[in-house]
Design a protein around this ligand. Structure first.
Ligand code: ADP
Length: 290
């Protein structure tokens, strides 16, 4: 600071330091401002905790993604082996194996879909491919995908659906990915015996999907942060739950690109409600930052 103030050192100097209380990382910098004879310097302090956390998370992303791909792949291999060995004698074994292979293949599709969408967003050019969407078909696909997981985890999964569905215009795959991420999270972050309710409301103007769970909940301080890419809540119950911190960021991005949004109400240890709203006839919005 002394040499910057006197102008001896005119270069900008920055250092990164851990906060004394261990609660974050600060970047402290100093730059000479000296004009004529007046000694002066600016000292700036920036909290880069989030940036640091995001870059560390990004570094771990490839490892994490590989890990997430491995579980479904292993299941597919094991059940394919089972079907090959015993399937021709036992139709029940064959049916179960095909069912697991089908579910796991869909899970792989979703993980890869998330990765591709992330890459697209990273490249700064996320695009929607708009078409007429059949909501009933989306809902029954969602039910099929999550029934087994819910009963495996001893969770009650309820769907509260409208009597009629309007004609919807949207990017089906991206919208499905967004809803999947939210419903998948609700099941993931709700301990056994809890419940998850998916409520769908749709009229000529707007589609609203409320996903309510009786899960671990999210601290008020973190309720905005969980929508940031790579952010995972600072909750030690997460250590046993796999995740990349990408799902919510992508889901919100998709909703916003459709001209809608995702909001969250949550109480720690009680549960959360994520609400997705999109216009029924979406007119895609230009790229929106997540
Ligand atoms: P992840 O792959 O970690 O699940 P997401 O972007 O989908 O990533 O979610 C970000 C974080 O938000 C999660 O790590 C978790 O801390 C929190 N979260 C998301 N959904 C829920 C939920 N339904 N209940 C509690 N916490 C949640």
């Amino acid at each position: 600071v002394d040499t910057a103030t006197t102008g001896e050192n005119r270069q900008r100097v920055t250092v990164e330091m851990q906060r004394g209380d261990g609660a974050g990382v600060l970047r402290v910098g100093v730059r000479s401002l000296r004009k004529g004879d007046l000694p002066a310097a600016v000292l700036f302090i920036e909290d880069i905790t989030q940036q640091k956390a995001a870059s560390e998370a990004r570094d771990g992303f490839v490892a994490q993604a590989a890990h997430e791909l491995r579980t479904p792949l292993t299941n597919i291999r094991l059940y394919a082996e089972e079907a090959i060995e015993y399937g021709s004698d036992d139709p029940q074994v064959r049916a179960k194996a095909l069912n697991v292979i089908n579910t796991e293949a869909r899970r792989l599709e979703r993980i890869v879909g998330n990765m591709l969408s992330t890459a697209e967003v990273e490249a700064g050019a996320p695009r929607l491919s708009m078409a007429e969407v059949r909501l009933e078909a989306m809902v029954s696909e969602l039910e099929d995908d999550y029934r087994a997981l819910a009963s495996e985890k001893e969770l009650t999964l309820k769907f509260d659906l409208p009597p009629k569905y309007p004609v919807v215009f949207a990017d089906r795959d991206k919208l499905m990915l967004a809803v999947h991420n939210i419903v998948g999270n609700a099941l993931k972050y709700t301990p056994a015996k809890g419940s998850v309710t998916v409520r769908l409301d749709a009229d000529e103007k707007q589609i609203t999907v409320d996903v309510t769970d009786t899960g671990i909940g999210i601290n008020p301080d973190e309720q905005e942060k969980v929508f940031e890419r790579f952010y995972r809540a600072n909750d030690n119950r997460l250590s046993t739950v796999q995740g990349t911190g990408l799902g919510l960021a992508l889901a919100r991005q998709v909703a916003r690109l459709h001209g809608g949004d995702i909001t969250l109400k949550s109480e720690l240890n009680k549960g959360s409600t994520f609400t997705i709203t999109v216009p029924t006839h979406a007119k895609p919005v230009g790229a929106v930052a997540a």
